[in-house]
Design a protein around this ligand. Sequence first.
Ligand code: ADP
Length: 466
Amino acid sequence: MTTAKLDSLQIATLAIAGLLLILSFAISTPWFAPIVTLIAAAAALIVLVRRSPTFQFAKKNSVAAGAAGDSIFTPMRSNVTFKRVAGLKSVREELDEIVDYFKNPSKYKRFGVVLPRGVLLAGPPGVGKTLMAKAIAGEAGVAFFYASGSSFAHLYVGVGPKKISELFATARKHAPSIVFIDEIDAVGRTRGGARSDERENTLNQLLTEMDGFESHSGVVVLAATNRIELLDDALLRPGRFDRRIEISPPNLSDRKEILKIVFNDKPHSLNLAKLAEKTAGFSGAALAALANEAALYALRRNAEKVGQSDIDAIKEKVISLKKSGEWLEDDMREKRARYQSAKAFAAKRLGAKFEAAKLAGEFLPDHNNVSSETELFALLCARLAGIAWWRFTDEKGANFCESDGAAARKIAERYIAVYDPFDDEGGAQQLMKRATKTAIDIFDSAAIEKISKTLLENESAPFEVL
Ligand code: ADP
């Protein structure tokens, strides 16, 4: 209806504009022609611009963002409590204060204590950042506002900043409240560089809103990111996201707790402690998906309970879906531990740095961040040390050397390009052979077994204790 009406309006205006133009040539008064031409052109321009898809889209968005009052950011009441969150003890301790502040604001006011305005939760996907934010709102019993950083990223000028001020105005209206901005890096990336004026304006608006908070406004902003290194420094300054909390993937005992929670409402005959051991590197979200998919599978076969066969049927699907974790049966777990230990041992002895050896997942640094010849060669040896260990001990291989092999080739090529451009010893292949031999020459079986034992028990071993 609206489109047809406007289309005829557009045609009518253009027709009148054309008529005026013809008239202007017909009438010979000197001032008439330019003025009428100007009016006709302006009318045609206004109608065309107003009908353009860009204008219509921007208008629609700004109406949604502006006039809606509470309509695009509605306060939610979270029914999540800390009981639903497993592990993350230290995270919880840091955030307990915020819950207490919301529950007893007068206590804090009396002592003139100012709470952080913004808390940044940094960690890989699926580790419970959103869950934790909801739990804080649930425990404190305050309004919860959810927004995703990408929802502020608009191509149309002014929409992003407008949405930000709308969000904060609504949160203030419903204070005490918690604003949670997921994937804040979508708006909070370092300004400059590959410029996007609209994103910069949106970020500036966010900074302005945070600066404009009264210290007791009753609004606390929580934000989540898995790319903290991309964030603009201005966001991390005092008075903004000045408290940062790192959330790591769950360790063995955390995974056991998460599994208890996600299987709590599902009849099952599983040994959850054993399941936790087999799911090294799984995020909380991957474990939740594992439980859900297994329950669906059990339902499909009309089973009374979720059993191990249901887990076996869906585990690979969950790993590829969630891109997280490795499935390690007992024998593979031990094999993996020895493989990783050999890598960690060679890396440390030969001079490569890292924080801690891990049973699952990457722990060696990215070779692009390594700038000394010794360390680059050490890294090459370390990448090949797991495979070298199998040769050294005659152990049969497994399928987890693929990514190390590929990484080793890249390191070898870079090493030759940077430190040995006139290489006449056979290129990357020969260099990799030399690195494998170097690793084998320094192997100390007792030391590697010791690291391996620690990895089996704790799934990680700090650099200092290796
Ligand atoms: P993130 O925000 O870090 O990407 P989420 O909070 O969205 O992760 O987690 C997704 C789901 O994974 C949660 O809804 C929950 O079912 C499960 N989960 C993740 N971490 C935990 C945890 N620590 N305790 C219990 N469940 C968890």
